[in-house]
Design a protein around this ligand. Structure first.
Ligand SMILES: Nc1nc2c(ncn2[C@@H]2O[C@H](COP(=O)(O)OP(=O)(O)OP(=O)(O)O)[C@@H](O)[C@H]2O)c(=O)[nH]1
Ligand SMILES: [Mg+2]
Length: 254
């Protein structure tokens, strides 16, 4: 075998390297913190929710949005979803690159800003039409609402002195009404907890006008720029679906 053949032969075993995201599909990367149940406890973040922790997740999501040229990032709990235009062609849509580099960017960013070494995993979700993408984000938002209610119930019981297994037993198989009532009896109105806890946080580009001065022509000028908006008051259900739909329409490939 000459060296050229040897090279080809060995490369063939980079078996997944030719895998690419379906052309024309909407891509969502979803990242999730590894072992964050233990990590958040060890690092002393407030349970069930800690705005400082959420701030770190938002910084991480913003880094992904910027670095990978996304159009929308959504974060809830220890996960981040990042949406890309259907004609997005970063790294030629190579699966290995997208998954490994997104996990690297998230892990490095969170580690740097928090001063704790953490890891994120990453996976790809593909949507072949806009309705599927709307469903995807509604799905993650429903997960946020469910986890928020469970988290509030679980930690309220724990703070009363119940053991983890006991708290889980009390909540197991119970209805939404039961859980809302459990909190209400303890002076917590779940509908009044901050919206970001129940609905997650959206991060996207917004245009704004920046006033400046053109020294050459000696006139005031207004330039249009893009900046990242952190939306802590996302709409929910159908209204959230319409919000996502509008974002997709605005970013439709030509
Ligand atoms: N203290 C605290 N914990 C949080 C907060 N947001 C999310 N978490 C925790 O992050 C964990 C996320 O759950 P999972 O991703 O299912 O569990 P994990 O331990 O990360 O496990 P793997 O993802 O499978 O590695 C839960 O235990 C949440 O309680 C927060 O604001 N404060
Ligand atoms: Mg996790």
């Amino acid at each position: 075998m000459d060296s050229n053949e040897f090279e080809k032969h060995m490369r063939r075993q980079e078996y997944f390297h030719t895998l690419r995201c379906l052309p024309g599909a909407w891509v969502v990367l979803r990242l999730d913190g590894r072992g964050f149940t233990k990590f958040t406890e060890r690092a002393g973040f407030e349970k069930p929710f800690d705005l400082k922790f959420q701030g770190l997740m938002r910084q991480t999501a913003t880094a992904l949005l910027k670095e990978l040229h996304g159009i929308y990032a959504y974060t809830e709990s220890d996960e981040i979803s990042v949406l890309f235009r259907r004609d997005w062609d970063l790294f030629d849509r190579e699966v290995e690159k997208l998954v490994s580099l997104s996990a690297a960017i998230a892990s490095a960013t969170f580690t740097l800003v928090s001063q704790h070494i953490v890891h994120f995993d990453s996976r790809i979700w593909l949507g072949t039409d806009k309705a599927q993408v709307v469903d995807y984000f509604r799905w993650r938002q429903e997960d946020a609402a469910r986890c928020a209610l469970n988290g509030w119930c679980h930690w309220t019981l724990r703070k009363e002195g119940k053991a983890p297994a006991e708290a889980m037993h009390i909540l197991s198989g119970q209805s939404l009404a039961f859980k809302n009532e459990l909190l209400f009896q303890r002076g917590i109105n779940f509908n009044a907890v901050p919206l970001w806890q129940r609905r997650g946080t959206g991060i996207y580009w917004e245009r704004y006008e920046k006033a400046g001065y053109d020294p050459q022509h000696e006139v005031e000028v207004v330039a249009t720029r893009n900046r990242v908006k952190i939306d802590e008051e996302l709409p929910m259900k159908d209204a959230y679906g319409m919000f996502i739909r509008a974002l997709l329409d605005a970013n439709e490939a030509m």
